[in-house]
Design a protein around this ligand. Structure first.
Ligand code: GDP
Length: 295
């Protein structure tokens, strides 16, 4: 995914390490190159500006310019700033509240990979010794309900689905069903639309209010770049969600969403989806991602 960005950063560092001395001029040129590389990777402009300013200030520090290997130190500075940009430490899903079952509400636009993610999360939790129940609260699309049933079958996790148009009723009954059947975590797949829509938002807000989920995860397709960031902003303003799930990172997304979202909405990316199969889900580690970018 980050191929182009990686290549451009590498070229910048190679150029820098070929210099006899590191000074304000060649650091300035390197920063301009980094800025262009990030912008062409579709990183949010404000995020790029702040990032480059930080890297420039640190690179011009006494210790760097006068060190034995300044170029290498600048690579380290860029690495550390990339990690910071993506949230620093990995932030895990927090289901350790006292309530049983714990409730995870999953929101996002249609096509983002929400339903697929619900099944993957169920599989992951099951592997970790939990007993999940999937709840099909995307009630307007019969295909979505059927899809969740199929995916639930694939990961061997029960799915609660009833013929009912009231998403809240389905979700509340799903939680009740989990209680009765000794399931300790409920994953609620909520309705998405192709675009942000007021009715969808109101429904999601109601679900949040009445369900009191332990975690609300916002699922977004990394392929849509800056639009992913804008959508995250809107969902966050309404739902104040707990974490982001970035999907389709196996595709040729340029990486802008991964690099911008944390700074723009101040919520951690918790998971990354890297394919369509039930196991194609990884925890999101900012340091590993930074390493991937820097090669
Ligand atoms: P929903 O409408 O948000 O519930 O989205 P779906 O879960 O139905 O996913 C939409 C499409 O994207 C489906 O064809 C999925 O198989 C596919 N998909 C979901 N996650 C990923 C992913 O991480 N990588 C790829 N390549 N495809 C994905």
């Amino acid at each position: 995914m980050f191929d182009n960005l990686s290549d451009r950063l590498e070229a910048t560092f190679t150029k820098l390490s070929g210099q006899a001395t590191i000074n304000e001029v060649n650091i300035g040129i390197a920063m301009r190159d980094i800025k262009r590389a990030l912008i062409s990777a579709d990183v949010n402009y404000k995020v790029v500006k702040k990032f480059v300013e930080e890297v420039r200030a640190k690179s011009l520090g006494e210790g760097v310019v006068k060190s034995v290997s300044p170029a290498q130190m600048i690579v380290k500075i860029v690495n550390d700033e990339l990690v910071e940009l993506m949230g620093g430490e990995h932030k895990p899903l927090d289901l350790n509240g006292s309530r049983i079952p714990a409730v995870v509400m999953v929101a996002g636009l249609q096509g983002s990979g929400k339903t697929t993610f619900c099944a993957k999360l169920a599989r992951r939790l099951k592997k970790n010794g939990r007993h999940p129940l999937l709840v099909a609260a995307d009630v307007y699309r019969p295909a979505a309900v059927e899809q969740l049933k199929t995916l639930g079958g694939q990961v061997d996790v029960p799915v609660y689905a009833i013929d009912e148009q009231d998403a809240l009723k389905v979700a509340l009954e799903g939680v009740e069903e989990a209680r009765k059947t000794a399931r300790d975590v409920v994953i609620v797949d909520t309705a998405g639309r192709l675009q942000v829509d007021e009715a969808m938002m109101v429904e999601a807000e109601t679900l949040k209010e009445k369900l009191g989920p332990d975690e609300i995860l916002f699922v977004v397709d990394a392929m849509i770049g800056q639009e992913a960031v804008n959508t995250a902003k809107i969902f966050n303003e309404r739902l104040d969600f707990d974490g982001v799930v970035l999907t389709k990172l196996d595709g040729d997304a340029r990486g802008g969403a991964a690099l911008s979202i944390k700074q723009v909405v101040d919520k951690p990316i918790k998971f990354m989806s890297v394919g369509e199969k039930p196991d194609d889900l990884d925890l999101f580690y900012p340091d590993r991602m930074a390493q991937r970018i820097l090669g």
